[in-house]
Ligand binder design. Sequence first.
Ligand SMILES: Nc1ncnc2c1ncn2[C@@H]1O[C@H](COP(=O)(O)OP(=O)(O)OP(=O)(O)O)[C@@H](O)[C@H]1O
Ligand SMILES: [Mg+2]
Length: 315
Amino acid sequence: MTGHTLQAANLSKEYGHFTALSKLNLKLEGSKCIGFLGPNGAGKTTTLKIFTDMIRPTSGEAFINGINVHFDKKKALASVGTLIETPEIYGSLTAREALSMIAEIKGIPKSVVKKSILKVIERVKMKEWLDKKIKNMSKGMKQRINIAAAILGNPDVIILDEPTSGLDPRGMSEVRSIIKDLKRENRLIFMSSHLLSEVSEICDEVAMIDHGKLLAYGPIGEVVSKFSHDGAGEVEVSVLRPVGAAVLKRIRGIGGVGSVKRVDGRTFTVRTSGGIKEQEALLSRLVKMKIGVIGFKPSSSALEETYLSVFKETV
Ligand SMILES: Nc1ncnc2c1ncn2[C@@H]1O[C@H](COP(=O)(O)OP(=O)(O)OP(=O)(O)O)[C@@H](O)[C@H]1O
Ligand SMILES: [Mg+2]
């Protein structure tokens, strides 16, 4: 089932004379993960805060599942989980106490609160920390509690503002795997990030903004191909067994393939002419070659090239 939506309709936000968002139009729909990219100060957090009614737009509207966030906040926010620049206000509470408070705010029925908390705390692998004070937790643990809070009540739309920012590599990887897990469960996830490798690993689509304006939106493969100088896209392929030069040569011979570059024994990148249709065709050819394809994703270096080209003239 799809049908989850997040929509910004002509959203503008002014802080005094400063325009943080300028008539932003964006409609996200379905069960997928969308990366929200843009330089510092682009307007990402402002947009995400408007979606959760933490701030009001100067003009325009924000909708969650078709419900206007500002007119019917309670109903709109009932189906959304958020993690946005959370100041540490719950430090002196235990995880259980903090999650109980959040459950109350979310209007989760008292009879199911205990069960719901157990479910989310297990989800973020923090069960043994449930009765420990949050202030004694590491940054990564706190972030996992924040994620538990966001997914409390099983929302079908999840908004995350730089969910892995400030975490060590293990913390990042744990948070990423939680997000990937959530993705498998028919949800719409909108996530800002400055980490392009993370976005190409987790997200299906990207929205790019700067100076409060949308510059690009679409499936990663399509956006990459649209902004690359030769209209080419690039994917990174991982295989089960090391591939030899002969296999790479065969791949080079596939129609629409521009170049093939080895990353390591079990990983290589393939440049294709065109966008996701060509990539889909490439994947089915690779599968038929029986080389044990276990990973196929937009290459993060291609997304980085795209990012640099989209944002090069905006300082
Ligand atoms: N309360 C505020 N008062 C004045 N200006 C603000 C306020 N909040 C945000 N801004 C400005 O609005 C612009 C957009 O900020 P925002 O936090 O949305 O950017 P961002 O894309 O999230 O950036 P970052 O990647 O650094 O998190 C920035 O120039 C910021 O200084
Ligand atoms: Mg921000």
